[in-house]
Ligand binder design. Structure first.
Ligand code: NAD
Length: 276
């Protein structure tokens, strides 16, 4: 497994397993058997207990796992940013998480909340802290106050939304970029279908004898972006992990970059903070 080094010095697998809407341990069990070691959950997914069950029964030593969870918008709005991590840790059955992310920049609270995140980091309950769905202006705002630089910004990214300016800014600030919905997400079926049958991706898939989903995930890895695809189908969980026997050329990476249409399939950080 390829890794990136976070600004804390910790290593994080470049490929993880996203568990949004996963309601039992079976697909997490498969992912851990296949070789995934990084799991991305959130308080808002209401499945931290399920993740906890899977990791306690898998027999893999804790220090070989990389567990991420996220502070919910509800906790931010209700003044529970200080305490929600304890609840998450209890559900996960862990003393600390490897990465704790602020799920969305709730306008009224995100700057204050970042200072709470720093306290979680200093307490040792979060070995690294970061943000999610932060636009450049949100990063600029917390930068005025931070004493800990976020280790990660997790945001929507796929070949129709390549996020180049945001990635460049993150890199300048030593914030690692991470893509969510790397395969186009699970909501807009026709968008995902159109993405996975794109001509450029189909021709690369033929060249490497891979699927278009694997080409997209490999594009993330070749860009040094952490990807966390989700699936409940064992064959796809295997497929999404089978990426380490080929690499795209720089020209092929650029050809995928050129598919950008600045198209969001998920919610816009400018307006989504009222949910979760
Ligand atoms: P995704 O791009 O991983 O797509 C998942 C969908 O693609 C599923 O419906 C699945 O059936 C399908 N799929 C999976 N593998 C496939 C394959 N090989 N071929 C064809 N189809 C395949 O989308 P996602 O679940 O939205 O995102 C992944 C993870 O990112 C989530 O599980 C979650 O952990 C995280 N996430 C974070 C945020 C955030 O706000 N921070 C938002 C959305 C998702």
């Amino acid at each position: 497994m390829k890794t990136i080094t976070l600004n804390t010095g910790a290593k994080m697998p470049l490929l993880g397993f996203g568990v949004f809407k996963i309601e039992d341990t079976s697909s997490i069990d498969v992912a851990l058997e296949v070789g995934y070691r990084s799991i991305d959950t959130a308080a808002a997914y209401a499945n931290e207990e399920i993740v906890g069950k899977a990791i306690s029964s898998c027999g893999i030593p804790r220090d070989e796992l990389f567990i991420t969870t996220k502070l919910s918008n509800t906790a931010q709005r209700e003044g529970r940013a200080e305490t929600e991590l304890d609840e998450s840790l209890e559900k996960l059955g862990l003393d600390c998480v490897d990465l704790y992310l602020m799920h969305w920049p709730v306008p009224e609270t995100y700057v204050q909340t970042w200072l709470t995140m720093e306290r979680h980091f200093k307490s040792g309950k979060a070995k690294a802290i970061g943000v999610s769905n932060f636009l450049p202006r949100h990063i600029a705002e917390i930068k005025k106050h931070w004493s800990v630089i976020p280790a990660m910004n997790q945001f929507e990214m796929h070949p129709r939304l390549t996020q180049k300016p945001l990635i460049e800014l993150c890199r300048t600030e030593t914030i690692a970029p991470q893509s969510w919905s790397p395969l186009g997400g699970g909501k807009d079926f026709s968008f995902k279908e159109q993405l996975l049958t794109d001509d450029v991706l189909v021709s690369l898939a033929k060249k490497y004898n891979k699927t278009t989903a694997q080409i997209i995930l490999r594009w993330n890895i070749d860009l040094g972006i952490v990807a966390i695809p989700k699936s409940v189908t064992p064959a796809r969980i295997h497929e999404n992990f089978d990426l380490f026997d080929f690499a795209l050329t720089p020209e092929e990476v650029s050809a995928i970059d050129a598919l950008n249409q600045d198209h969001r399939t998920g919610p816009d950080p400018e307006s989504f903070h009222n949910f979760f």
